[in-house]
Design a protein around this ligand. Structure first.
Ligand code: FES
Length: 157
């Protein structure tokens, strides 16, 4: 059964007091749950959060399903999000994603065989001026080439 750490619970309670309505604290609460649940938000996490925040599960699911920064399935140690929107696509973002799949042994288009990487093709991440780019967990990498992206990912600890 999923439960937040003591610090996690305190964080969520503090966020609930920070806003005019506690519903506004769903986003930071989901971030905390995702962080403590190994990078994704399971249905069990939603039930837990609903009880902790005393909010209907459907409100939490609405936020969870709207925003792409929340993962609804398990991800690898490194979640690689390659932007494939206009600016990045025009600068090789889609080819970059294909190349990374090949180099990282991602055969199903999502997960590397060793579970180290999960690759997602995403919409604009707001860094269009430095296309192509990718986000790996919380960090942005910009002005990428196929070679530099592979190097960055292979050098991660
Ligand atoms: S189009 Fe890729 S960051 Fe905006």
């Amino acid at each position: 059964m999923f439960e937040l750490s003591k610090e996690g619970v305190e964080f969520v309670k503090k966020e609930m007091q920070r806003y005019e309505t506690k519903r506004s604290a769903i986003i930071p609460a989901l971030y905390k749950v995702q962080e403590e649940n190994g990078g994704w938000v399971s249905p069990e996490c939603v039930t837990y959060l609903s009880q902790l925040m005393d909010l209907p599960e459907v409100w939490i699911n609405e936020v969870l399903n709207f925003y792409t920064m929340f993962n609804k399935e398990p991800v690898g140690k490194y979640h690689v999000q390659v932007c494939c929107n206009v600016s990045c696509a025009m600068n090789g973002g889609r080819e970059l994603a294909d190349h990374l799949c090949k180099e990282l042994n991602i055969k199903d288009g999502r997960h590397s065989e060793d579970g180290r990487y999960t690759l997602s093709r995403v919409e604009c991440l707001g860094s269009c001026g430095t296309a192509p780019m990718m986000q790996v967990n919380d960090k942005y990498y910009e002005n990428l080439t196929k070679e530099s992206a592979v190097q960055i990912l292979k050098e991660l600890p």
